[in-house]
Design a protein around this ligand. Structure first.
Ligand code: IVH
Length: 678
């Protein structure tokens, strides 16, 4: 392999990558100030500006999106469903090495810093979902996602269904043991699951990692249980009364305790061997039945790890060597266009199927007209196709030596590929659009799919196939019609039986009660994604109020600029929008948020962090949580130094002891009720 894979034309990409890293660093810093220190340095609007810039760059360069990017968790990530869990020690991320140079530089830095060579543990980098599992006296008590690294979500019940996650450890264990690992979905199971989902008319997942994440975030653990999730454990978060001298020793201990530790890990004593390990797995990455996107190299001796320390973001004693994106050549059968939900027309490559990056690729986006021109790919060319991990496949460019004589440049169509309407393009924009908003079949099906999608109304079992069948029969013209579908109609669709009919109708019914930011996202208003929708609904907690708002009032919302405000204002004034909202209201879809904006900023417990432990006499745990939240508190499930007070009921658990040891205030039920104002 060459020492440096960067080609000259990739310079911009490398600049963008740096900027992305910088933005992430800043965003993480501000999240830390906000969430952990409770002492923000910047206004919400300034913070949102950073997030928006990052989102924009990541949309343009999807290959740089990483699971730990702040965009992957802001807005809607700390979900409505799962209680926050503070991690005992932060779940850090890893620095990446993309070339051999970067890897050996890290190795040299380590050796320089500690003055001698240590041993290294090499582990496969699992492309899954980071989790923390806590055991108390050997019993499983809690599972949590990584969240922002400091606060995750409680997924205790769902983790119970993960294959290989023991509920009780082998041997004698006292006190708390918290292990960290990765939940993943084996590739074969993923493919099978997607096939089943699609056959049932539901929505497929883009890749195994998304599928694993989606499965872990199910409200009903029964659904999670049907997904064959697995776990690899790769480290410790906390171990009461245990000291290990080596990481490998800790891993052995975990394995003996019955936790799944990857048998392909290796302890190596030189950088040469580390390179050989990385090279071997780069070649053999598809030899295992789960996705790996690199090798994690860790300094083995804990004493050296401590000497090296960590930055706010990642330890200095570990690095992730990331595999380069896989590339293959294949035949470009043709270039076609597709009209999306906003009317934007996107060209894409139709390819001779090619296996790359662990999946078979048949199409790849070409983004827009100028991108096709820049790459100069022509139908009939042999082209290089690249796919990195979960990233959407990309056509890199043509293999010029193989170009046939007379190969013609491709021309962008003048008309919409779906409805034939002449396309339009604003001068300042790169994209052609189909202006036929209401009558274009492609825009409508894409809108329906978006409306039902996981980021919007989240209607499970409503995928393309079912959506298309409903539209073809004329039963559904816009998303609101979905709420008027009958059992009899579904029974006419091929493949629909009693159970699948029940599932779909149940999912449709269930979606009526979503928070209204989800509805707003689903309405397909230009520039309104999750973040904007949340900002808007915080200020206008009902569609009626938003519809009545003047331009200036919308623009006055922090983080909303004039372009977004204009787009929102205009949308609510269109007659077809009014008709749609009326239909949604008639269907019984929730149009306002009962508890606007979450915690009451001026409630009696405003800004307090509260932990509940033990049973209460006068209310259930659920009621107590709701009451505390309504009073403005944040209820977390573990005690830390930043906890304001612990409410101890009868038979309090280990949280009580933790509170005592940290000197956190402990109050009883009576005092709790008093503070709630009850
Ligand atoms: S160690 C402080 N080991 O990769 C060390 N992480 O890109 C933290 N990951 O957040 C992580 N396989 O979710 C470690 N063998 C492995 C891993 C691994 C996958 C994930 C992990 C981390 C992410 C960083």
């Amino acid at each position: 392999m060459s020492e440096d894979r960067r080609e000259p034309e990739e310079r911009r990409r490398s600049d963008v990558r740096l900027r992305i890293e910088e933005l992430r660093e800043q965003i993480r810093h501000h999240q830390y100030r906000y969430y952990v220190e409770d002492d923000p340095e910047v206004s919400d609007a300034e913070y949102d500006e950073l997030v928006r810039e990052l989102e924009k760059l990541e949309t343009e360069f999807p290959e740089f999106v990483t699971p730990d990017s702040p965009t992957q968790r802001v807005g809607g990530q700390v979900s409505e469903l799962f209680a926050p869990v503070e991690h005992r020690t932060p779940m850090l991320s890893l620095d990446n090495a993309f070339t051999w140079d970067e890897l050996s530089e890290w190795g040299r830095r380590v050796e320089r810093a500690v003055g001698r060579a240590g041993d290294f543990v090499c582990e496969l980098k699992i492309d899954g979902v980071a989790v923390a599992l806590t055991y108390e006296d050997g019993r499983y008590i809690r599972g949590a996602t990584r969240g922002d690294g400091y606060t995750g979500e409680d997924i205790t019940a769902n983790i119970r269904t993960v294959g290989g996650a023991p509920m009780r450890l082998r041997g004698e264990h006292s006190g708390v043991l918290e292990v960290r690992g990765e939940v993943y979905l084996p590739v074969k199971a993923f493919e099978e699951m997607n096939r089943e989902l699609q056959e049932a008319g539901g929505r497929a997942f883009a890749n195994p990692r998304n599928a694993a994440a989606g499965s872990l975030r199910q409200k009903d653990p029964g659904v999670t249980a049907r997904r064959p999730l697995r776990l690899w454990v790769h480290g410790l978060g906390w171990a009461d009364g245990r000291r290990f001298s080596r990481h490998s020793e800790a891993l052995d201990h975990l394995r003996e305790a019955g936790l799944p530790v990857n048998p392909d890990n290796a302890v190596l004593d030189s950088l040469e061997e580390v390179f050989a390990f990385c090279e071997k797995w780069q070649e053999g990455r598809h030899d295992v039945d789960y996705e790996i996107d690199g090798v994690v190299v860790k300094v083995d001796q804990i004493s050296l790890q401590e000497e090296l320390g960590a930055t706010a973001k990642a330890p200095r004693w570990a690095i992730a060597y990331k595999f380069p994106p896989e590339e293959r050549t294949t035949l470009l059968r043709g270039i076609f266009t597709h009209t999306g939900r906003t009317g934007k027309v996107t060209p894409f490559a139709q390819l001779e199927p090619v296996f790359v990056g662990g999946v078979t690729v048949t199409t790849a986006t070409l983004h827009n007209e100028s991108e096709v021109a820049r790459k100069d790919v022509r139908p009939g060319d042999h082209v290089i196709v690249r796919r990195a991990g979960d990233v959407i496949p990309e056509v890199v460019g043509p293999v010029m030596q193989k170009r046939k004589r007379g190969a013609r440049r491709w021309k962008f169509p003048k008309e919409c590929p779906s409805c034939g309407t002449p396309l339009v393009r604003e001068e300042s924009e790169a994209d052609w659009r189909c202006p036929n908003r209401e009558g274009c079949p492609s825009q409508n099906i894409e809108w329906l799919f978006h409306f039902a999608g996981r980021g919007a109304m989240d209607i499970e079992h409503l995928g393309y196939k079912t959506g298309m069948a409903l539209m073809d029969r004329g039963w559904v013209a816009d998303p609101a019609d979905v709420y008027f579908i009958t059992e009899e109609q579904l029974a006419e669709l091929p493949g629909f039986k009693e159970k699948s009919i029940g599932n779909l109708l149940g999912a449709i019914e269930g979606s009526k009660d979503r928070p209204i930011w989800r509805l707003l996202v689903g309405l397909n208003i230009r520039h309104v994604g999750t973040t904007v929708a949340r900002m808007l609904t915080r200020a206008f907690p009902s569609t009626e109020r938003l519809a009545a708002a003047k331009m200036e009032e919308i623009e006055a919302v922090e983080g909303i600029g004039p372009e977004i405000a204009r787009s929102v204002h205009e949308w609510f004034r269109r007659p077809e929008s009014k008709r749609l909202l009326k239909k949604l209201r008639k269907a019984g879809v929730r149009m306002e948020d009962p508890e606007p904006g979450g915690p009451t900023p001026d409630g009696p417990l405003a800004g307090k962090r509260v932990v509940l432990t033990g049973g209460l006499e006068s209310m259930s745990r659920d009621e107590a949580t709701k009451a505390a939240e309504a009073a403005g508190a944040r209820v977390t499930s573990s005690v830390s130094k930043s906890t304001d007070f612990v409410v101890a009921g009868t038979d309090p658990g280990s949280k009580y002891d933790k509170a005592v040891s940290l000197g956190v205030e402990i109050i009883d039920e009576e005092e709790f009720r008093r503070r709630l104002g009850l």
